[in-house]
Design a protein around this ligand. Structure first.
Ligand SMILES: Nc1ncnc2c1ncn2[C@@H]1O[C@H](COP(=O)(O)OP(=O)(O)OP(=O)(O)O)[C@@H](O)[C@H]1O
Ligand SMILES: [Mg+2]
Length: 410
C-alpha cells in the first residue's frame, strides 16, 4: 500500500529530526488515521510487509504498531523484525495498557507500550526511542554494564526464610527515602515470592521482569518509567513479578544490570533478595557495596546463617561489606548476642528488637517507620538508614526539601 501522511494540524508530535524516521503500522484505516494525527509526519502502512519493504539498512526507524497489531500475530512480527533490523525500534500504541499486554510487548522486543488515546505520551515515547536509536540518548550496554554512576547498592540477605529480610529492606529504604535528598530505590528481587509491593500497598504496574528487558535494550528511560513511587516517602519501587517465576528464566546478571541502571539515577538502591543460596544471590552480593545479613536469635537461624556464609563463601565474596542485622534481638533464647557474634565471626552491627508495632503496621499496610516511628523497632531500623546514608546525608531532605518534591523524577 502507498505511504500516507497524517495532518499536522492537531498533532502533539514534533516532526522527527532527519536522524530517524517514524512509521505507523495499523491494518484498520480509521485507527491508522487517528495515529497519523498524533504523529503527523509519520509514514503509514497497513501491513508489516509494507514496512519491511520501506526499511533501509542503517537508517533508524521508530515503528508505532497500532491497536490492531497488539495481539500474538503482532508480537511475533515484532520479534522477527527486530532480530533482522537492529535499527528498528517498536512502540505499541494500544487501546488500554495492561500488565499482560505490556509484558508481551516487551518480551517481543518492543521498546515501549503507550495508550493510543494519549498523543503526548506517544509523541514523547517516539522521540525517546528515536533518539536512542540514533545514538543520542544515554545507554547502558546490554551485558555486564559498566558502573554507570556512584549510587550505592545495598542488598538485604538471609540464609533462612521469615527472619525479617523484607521488613528490614522496606523500612530501611523508606527511612532512607525520607531522610535523603538523593533518590532511593527498592528492588524486590525475590522473583518467586516477593511481597514488597503488597507490603507497601502499591499497585505493581510494572515489575522487575519488564525492567530486565528494558535494561537489556539499554533503555534507561524505560527502566526509570517502570519504578512505582511510594506516595508518602518518595521511595521508587520495582516490584517482583505478580506470578511466581519458578524455574529460572532470569540470569543472575540480568538483575545486576537493572540495579546498575538504577544506580545511574538513584543515590541508593536497596535490594530485597530471596533466601536461596545460589548464583543469583551471589551475583547481587558481589555487586553490592553493602550487604545487610539478616539473622534471628534462634539456633536454626544462626546455624543457617553460618552454613549460608560457608556455602556462598561470604567472607571472600563480601568481606568488609557485610553488616549483621540481628532481628528480634531481645528475644529470650538460649543464645545471647555475643555468642552469635562468635559463631558467625561477625559483629552484630544492628540489633532490632521484637516489637508488636511491626505486625500491627503490616496489618495497616504501612511500613512501621511511618506507622509508628517512635516504636523501638522503628528507631532501630532508622539507625540502619542513618548509618547507610552517612551522617552528612541523613536528615538532608528534611532540611532542604519539602514533601511535595519527594520521588519526583527529574
Ligand atoms: N522485629 C520484629 N518484631 C516483630 N515482628 C517482626 C519483626 N521483624 C519481622 N517481623 C514479622 O515477621 C514476619 C516475617 O518477616 P519478613 O516478611 O520481613 O521476613 P522475610 O525474611 O522477608 O521472609 P521471606 O523469607 O518469606 O521473604 C512478618 O510477619 C513480620 O511482620
Ligand atoms: Mg521477604
Amino acid at each position: 500500500m502507498a505511504v500516507e501522511y497524517g495532518s499536522a494540524a492537531d498533532s502533539a508530535y514534533q516532526p522527527a529530526p532527519a536522524r530517524y524516521d517514524v512509521a505507523i503500522i495499523e491494518p484498520d484505516g480509521r485507527r491508522r488515521l487517528r495515529l497519523g494525527t498524533a504523529l503527523a509526519t509519520a509514514a503509514q502502512f497497513d501491513a508489516v510487509e509494507e514496512l519491511v519493504q520501506a526499511l533501509r539498512p542503517g537508517r533508524p526507524v521508530v515503528a508505532v504498531f497500532g491497536p490492531g497489531l497488539a495481539a500474538p500475530y503482532g508480537f511475533q512480527q515484532v520479534n522477527r523484525l527486530i532480530a533482522s533490523y537492529p535499527d528498528l525500534g517498536v512502540i505499541f500504541a494500544v487501546d488500554e495498557v495492561s500488565t499482560p499486554l505490556l509484558q508481551a510487548a516487551i518480551r517481543a522486543g518492543a521498546r515501549d507500550t503507550v495508550a493510543v488515546n494519549d498523543p503526548v505520551a506517544l509523541a514523547q515515547s517516539v522521540q525517546r526511542v528515536g533518539e536512542l536509536l540514533a545514538g543520542t540518548a544515554s545507554r547502558v550496554p546490554a551485558t555486564t554494564p559498566a558502573r554507570a554512576a556512584a549510587g550505592q547498592l545495598i542488598t538485604v540477605f538471609s540464609a533462612k526464610g521469615g527472619v525479617g529480610k523484607s521488613t528490614v529492606a522496606i523500612n530501611v529504604a523508606v527511612a532512607m527515602a525520607h531522610r535523603s535528598v538523593d533518590r532511593v530505590a527498592l528492588v524486590d528481587a525475590d522473583l518467586s515470592f516477593g511481597d514488597v509491593a503488597v507490603l507497601l500497598g502499591l499497585p505493581p504496574q510494572h515489575t522487575i521482569l519488564d525492567a530486565i528487558s528494558a535494561a537489556q535494550y539499554g533503555d534507561i528511560e524505560l527502566v526509570r518509567s517502570m519504578l512505582v513511587p511510594h506516595p508518602t516517602s518518595g521511595l521508587l519501587v520495582l516490584p517482583a513479578p505478580t506470578e511466581p517465576l519458578l524455574g529460572g528464566g532470569v540470569a543472575p546478571n540480568d538483575v545486576v544490570s537493572v540495579c546498575q541502571a538504577l544506580q545511574g539515577m538513584c543515590g541508593f538502591v536497596v535490594v530485597d533478595l530471596p533466601s536461596q543460596l545460589d548464583d543469583y544471590a551471589a551475583a547481587l552480593i558481589e555487586a553490592a557495596d553493602t550487604v545487610l545479613l539478616v539473622g534471628g536469635m534462634d539456633i536454626p537461624s544462626v546455624k543457617n546463617l553460618r552454613i549460608g556464609m560457608q556455602v556462598l563463601d561470604l567472607g571472600a565474596l563480601a568481606g568488609p561489606k557485610l553488616r549483621l542485622v540481628l532481628n528480634r534481638s531481645n528475644t529470650q533464647v538460649k543464645l545471647d548476642v555475643r555468642e552469635i557474634e562468635q559463631v558467625l565471626g561477625l559483629r552484630a552491627d544492628f540489633p532490632i528488637p521484637a516489637d508488636i508495632a511491626v505486625p500491627i503496621s503490616v496489618n495497616a499496610g504501612v511500613p512501621v517507620v511511618e506507622h509508628d516511628p517512635r516504636s523501638s523497632a522503628s528507631r532501630a531500623l532508622d539507625r540502619i538508614a542513618v548509618s547507610l546514608l552517612g551522617p552528612e546525608l541523613a536528615g538532608g531532605k528534611r532540611r532542604r526539601r519539602g514533601k511535595r518534591d519527594r520521588g519526583a523524577l527529574r
